[in-house]
Design a protein around this ligand. Sequence first.
Ligand SMILES: [Zn+2]
Ligand SMILES: [Zn+2]
Length: 69
Amino acid sequence: MDNSIKVCDECGSEFLGASSAMAGLCPECAHVLYGYENCAHVFENGRCIKCLWDGSVSRFISENKENQP
Ligand SMILES: [Zn+2]
Ligand SMILES: [Zn+2]
């Protein structure tokens, strides 16, 4: 179990290491970029209490989402 807090390379949000399949990406970015299972985010005070993602979305990902049908 990895309880360390990491910083996502993509969106810059902090996240809980154990919550993501990828060491350098939060569950949200790992899901959007690589199709890994996302966290079922539960937001409290502006961040997910399960994975600690703060809702940040990188420019690359937001543009990618817009371009999808
Ligand atoms: Zn991220
Ligand atoms: Zn989450």
